[in-house]
Design a protein around this ligand. Structure first.
Ligand code: NAP
Length: 315
């Protein structure tokens, strides 16, 4: 008999249905995927692994013998905050296709800033015919904060499009063709040298509010930000102040302290802000389902739990 793998999700009914269709197919020869709500008590007690997407923590707690949970998202700060430290191990989604999609988004919005698109769009609204000096990509430095699965892919893509690329991570790294920095001194160097700064770090206790007024003051004058990671890493009040005083030129924001972004937010109407509705790298159901199936298949064949979140580090 195939083991039962609970699917625990408080996502919207439409989103849940997409996964309820895809996951049983992907795991067909491996396990029976059942929505939490349909489990018998025996099935709840027997479950060793569950698939989760914005789960209600009480439901995860009602699966007392879980060894690990497979998240369908890449960012797991909420899950890590919700589940007890001695609870099941948390495996986040790492999907090479997502890294590809994110690096495409980083390139697209870097080019948007590099080719002055916000300025030319504003000029069109004023019927103003005026050209501006065009820099080559080699004359622009892009700093990527976070050199993990997504940040490293983005840094390489920017490099192969001619940009001068700096990267910053927690631990020391070497990436071909990328100037790699770490530590707080390294952060100042990257901020002070970059024309465009891309945020691709997880939200943890250390990164919450990491880019505030002092860090923005350390940026190169006229730099722009792209935040594709999590809203609270970049302090909104400090960002608005830096944009208003001319310290920064523009911000492309895909993530916010509160999502959806409330209608009352000043970010919506700010001339130097581009608002995106958290779309830079959505989970792709087809590739993600295959990865989830491989991870769970591996666990049931030889007991291997895929690399999981370090609860002390927070990612
Ligand atoms: P990852 O592989 O875990 O990489 C995280 C990177 O951030 C690593 O290089 C890590 O340094 C660095 N880092 C962590 N804490 C740091 C600190 N305190 N100081 C300096 N560097 C630090 O994560 P990922 O898969 O690349 O994903 C990054 C984030 O993107 C996710 O956590 C998620 O929030 C976000 N995301 C957003 C979207 C979207 O659609 N907007 C989609 C997917 C993911 P080390 O290399 O030294 O460990």
């Amino acid at each position: 008999m195939r083991p039962v793998v609970p699917f625990v999700s408080s996502a919207s009914p439409d989103e849940r249905q997409v996964w309820r269709d895809a996951l049983p197919c992907a795991l067909a020869g491996i396990a029976e995927v059942k929505p939490f709500e349909t489990l018998s008590e025996d099935e709840r007690l027997a479950a060793r692994v569950a698939i989760v997407a914005n789960p209600d923590p009480a439901k995860v707690a009602a699966l007392p013998n879980l060894v690990w949970v497979q998240s369908l998202w890449a960012g797991v700060e909420r899950l890590a905050a919700d589940l007890p430290e001695d609870g099941p191990e948390i495996v986040r989604l790492t999907d090479p296709q997502m890294a590809e999609t994110m690096s495409e988004a980083v390139l697209a919005w870097t080019l948007y800033l590099h080719r002055d698109m916000p300025r030319y769009a504003a000029q069109q609204r004023r019927k103003l015919w005026q050209d501006h000096y065009l820099k080559t990509p080699q004359e622009r430095t892009v700093g990527v904060l976070g050199l993990g699965k997504l940040g490293a892919a983005a840094a390489h893509r920017l490099k192969s499009n001619g940009f001068n690329v700096f990267g910053w991570s927690r631990s020391k790294k070497t990436l071909d063709g990328i100037g790699c920095f770490h530590g707080l001194d390294g952060l100042r160097t990257v901020l002070g040298s970059s024309d465009i700064i891309v945020v691709l770090m997880p939200l943890t206790e250390e990164t919450r509010g990491l880019i505030g007024r002092d860090e923005l003051a350390a940026c190169k004058k006229g730099a722009s930000f792209i935040n594709f990671a999590r809203g609270p890493i970049l302090e909104t009040a400090a960002l608005l102040e830096a944009l208003d005083t001319g310290l920064l030129d523009h911000a492309v924001l895909d993530v916010f302290d509160e999502e959806p972004l409330p209608e009352t937010s000043p970010l919506w109407d700010h001339g130097k802000v581009t608002v995106l509705p958290h779309i830079s790298a959505p989970t792709i159901v087809s590739t993600a389902s295959k990865i989830v199936a491989e991870n769970i298949g591996g666990y049931f064949s030889d007991g291997t739990v895929p690399p999981s979140v370090d609860r002390r580090r927070g990612y």
